[in-house]
Design a protein around this ligand. Structure first.
Ligand code: MBD
Ligand code: FE
Length: 283
C-alpha cells in the first residue's frame, strides 16, 4: 500500500460518495405521495415489529440514534445503503429483463470518463500494480445482432481495492473509461485485475459490520454500464471465478451469470476474457 492510500480514511471516501450522489440525485423524478405514504407506513411497521420481537431496550434505541447520526457525519449513507439495500431494489427493477444480467451500481460511479472507439487502454499509473487484463466482447440486441454506437462504461478498483475520485491521491480517471462500439458491436479494454474491496473499517458502516460479526469484504469486481440508442441501459458487475468472497459478498450482489472465467492471455502477459451483452429494447 502506498503512503497516499494509507492516509485515506472512511470519511474521505464517504464524503466523496455523498457528493457524487448529491450531484446525481438532482435529476430525480416527481414524488408519488400515495406510494410514499404506503411505503413509509409499512417500513415503520416492520421496524416496530423488530422492536417488539427483540424487546429492544432504551440503551439499544439510543445506540441506534447515535449510530444513525454518525453515518451522516461520515458521509456513508450511499455506501451503507448500496451495500445492504440496493441488491433488492435492483432485483425488483430488473425482474422483467430478457438480456444482460444486472446487479448493483454501488457508490463509486462517475460519468464522463475518457472516451474511445472500439478499443481502450484504461487510464492507469506508470507503475500500476496488478495482473494485466484484456476484457472484450460484443454488444448485441436480444437476437445477437451487433449494435453500432453502443456505449460500454467500465470502472473498477485498483490492486489495493481503492477507487479513483473516492480515495485521495489517485489520478482523476484512473481505471475508468468508456468505449463506443462501431458497426461490429465490439469493445476491448486493456486494464489490470482489481483486488477485493473492503468496507472502510474506521467508519460507521465498518462499525456496523463488525458489531454484527460479519466480514467487510466484496469480491474483486468490474463495474459496467452498457447502453445503446433504443435499448435499456444495464448496470452490472463482473466477478472472477474462484476469487475470495465470490461466495459471500457482503453486498449480496453476485449472480452466477456474472462470474468470469479468464484464461492466460494469448499475448503471454496476464489474463483475458470475453463477455457479451445483449440489450433489451426500450419498453
Ligand atoms: C463497492 O465497490 C461497491 O461496488 C459497492 C456495491 C458497495 C461498496 C463498494
Ligand atoms: Fe465496487
Amino acid at each position: 500500500m502506498t503512503t497516499t492510500e494509507a492516509r485515506a480514511t472512511a470519511a474521505d471516501s464517504g464524503r466523496n460518495a455523498t457528493a457524487a450522489f448529491t450531484q446525481k440525485e438532482r435529476a430525480a423524478g416527481p414524488v408519488d405521495h400515495a406510494r410514499v405514504g404506503a411505503i413509509s407506513t409499512d417500513a415503520l411497521a416492520a421496524l416496530h415489529e423488530v422492536v417488539r420481537r427483540h424487546q429492544v431496550t432504551y440503551a439499544e434505541y439510543d445506540a441506534l440514534k447515535a449510530w444513525l447520526i454518525r453515518v451522516g457525519e461520515d458521509g456513508e449513507w450511499p455506501l451503507f445503503l448500496d451495500v445492504f439495500v440496493e441488491h433488492v431494489v435492483e432485483e425488483v427493477a430488473n425482474a422483467d429483463r430478457q438480456g444482460a444480467i444486472g446487479t448493483i451500481e454501488g457508490p463509486y460511479y462517475k460519468p464522463g470518463a475518457p472516451a474511445s472507439v472500439s478499443e481502450a487502454i484504461l487510464p492507469m499509473r506508470e507503475d500500476e500494480a496488478g495482473t494485466p487484463f484484456l476484457f472484450r466482447g460484443t454488444v448485441t440486441d436480444l437476437d445477437g445482432a451487433p449494435l453500432d454506437g453502443a456505449l460500454v462504461e467500465l470502472w473498477h478498483a485498483d490492486d489495493d481495492g481503492f477507487y479513483s475520485q473516492f480515495t485521495p491521491g489517485i489520478p482523476e480517471w484512473n481505471l475508468r473509461g468508456q468505449i463506443r462500439t462501431a458497426a461490429d458491436g465490439r469493445f476491448a479494454f486493456r486494464t489490470i485485475q482489481p483486488a477485493p474491496y473492503q468496507i472502510p473499517t474506521d467508519g460507521s458502516t465498518g462499525a456496523f459490520v463488525e458489531a454484527a460479526g460479519w466480514h467487510p469484504w466484496r469480491p474483486a469486481h468490474l463495474h459496467l454500464k452498457v447502453s445503446a440508442p433504443g435499448r435499456q441501459l444495464v448496470t452490472t458487475q463482473l466477478y472472477f471465478d474462484g476469487g475470495e468472497y465470490v461466495a459471500d459478498d457482503v453486498a449480496q450482489a453476485v449472480k452466477p451469470e456474472l462470474v468470469l472465467r479468464p484464461t492466460p492471455a494469448a499475448s503471454g502477459t496476464g489474463n483475458e476474457v470475453t463477455y457479451d451483452f445483449a440489450l433489451d429494447p426500450v419498453a
